[in-house]
Structures are given as C-alpha cells and as structure tokens.
Design a binder for this molecule. Structure first.
Ligand code: NI
Length: 227
C-alpha cells in the first residue's frame, strides 16, 4: 500500500527545518548506499549523524508521533533516524530496491526495512523533474508532493527519482520497521482501523457492535504483531 500523508510538517516548520539544514555541509549521497544502489545514485546528502541531521530528524520523529494517520498506517516499531538528500543539476537515482536491513552509523539502530518514507521539503513549483516513481503490481506511480507532505510505500517496491532539471529538490527519507512485517496484513488492519473510527463518529464508540469490532482489531494485531 502506498499512502500520502498530508501536512506532517507545517509550512512554518518546513521553513525552519530548511534554514537549519541548508546552512549545513552536504556530502556525496553515496556515503549511505548499498553497493547496488551506489551504481544508480547521484545526489547530495546531509552527513548521517551530523548535528543538523540529528536535530532536524528529531523534529520529524516528533511530528510522526503526533500523526494518527502515520501511526495507524505504519504501526511503527522502530523509525530509522531521518536522513536528508538534495538533487540538482540533472541528478537522479535510478531504479532500485532499498536495502532490507539498515544500521545507523552509530550502531544504535538496526532495523528491517518494511516501509520507506519520503517527506518533501521543497514546493513542487520550485523544481522540475525529481519525480519519485514507485512500481507495484498496479503499475508505476508518480509522486511529487507539497512541502511538508509525506509518501509511505513498501520497501520491497522498485523505485527511482527522475533527474532534477531545474532548481533543487530537498527531501527527508527514512525507513520504518513495522510491528506487522507483511504489507497485506498491515493494510487490512489500517482499513479496519479507519472504518472503526468512522463508524465511531456515527454511532458512538460505546455501541456494542463497535466494541466487538475494536476487540477484533486488537486481537488480530496481537496475533500478527512482532514485538
Ligand atoms: Ni530508495
């Protein structure tokens, strides 16, 4: 499942975050690549573990905790410390699959990458190209979102970033290990959660049928979750 999560960051927070990271030193993006993706990747990146990356990453992690849509869809167990990249002057990232296991530079975080996230930090009108294309069984999906919005997609998907031909595209990207490893199960729980919330608004959360459905949701989560 791919999910667009609007306004993870407000425009004001995006501006504050951009001021912080734009003033920092950037390095060649291949510092974080696996050997397969290094062949296809051309961009700049904020050094992992640098002061600006850590601070900006914490702002994003705080925002994610306050996003009910993110929590319901990702059922996060561990979120990898967010990283930041910038594409300009024709830079691109060819078709690839993200590494299945990701370890932070300080060795403190090692996760299985169930979900990949891209949080856009540049308005779409400020650059050309730089489309995130994600392939799944329904075809290729083109993603280009307003600053502050985020796309969540299965890390198992082939994806690419097309060349940026004008301006610069700055994004944050990171991975999530979910309590629910399998995408289909996670999607089912998400649909159930949304329906329960919508129904609760119509019939009241103490309706016996809704209490029963909520119980079934939690018991499925209990059956499938890996903690
Ligand atoms: Ni990738």
């Amino acid at each position: 499942m791919m999910l667009h999560i609007p306004e993870v960051l407000s425009k004001a927070k995006v501006a504050e975050l951009r001021a912080l990271i734009d003033a920092a030193d950037w390095v060649d993006g291949n510092e974080t690549s696996g050997s397969q993706s290094a062949l296809a990747k051309r961009n700049a990146q904020l050094p992992e573990g640098s002061e600006a990356a850590v601070r900006a990453g914490e702002w994003i992690l705080d925002a994610l905790e306050r996003s009910p849509l993110f929590v319901a869809a990702a059922l996060p167990q561990v979120v990898f410390p967010p990283l930041f990249n910038r594409y300009a002057g024709g830079e691109a990232f060819g078709l690839h699959v993200d590494n299945s296991i990701r370890q932070s530079r300080d060795g403190r975080t090692r996760i299985r990458t169930d979900l990949s996230a891209t949080l856009f930090l540049t308005e779409p009108e400020d650059y050309d190209g730089g489309v995130l294309v994600v392939e799944d069984t329904f075809g290729a999906h083109e993603v280009r979102l307003p600053a502050g919005d985020m796309i969540l997609y299965p890390s198992s998907s082939l994806h690419e970033v097309t060349p940026v031909t004008r301006g610069a595209r700055v994004c944050s990207f990171f991975w999530i290990q979910s309590l629910i490893r399998e995408d289909a199960r996670r999607e089912l729980l998400f649909q159930m959660d949304l329906a329960i919330q919508q129904l609760g608004g119509r019939v009241g959360t103490d309706a016996p049928e809704l209490v029963s459905l909520t119980g079934a949701y939690h018991n499925l989560l209990r059956m499938w979750a890996e903690v």
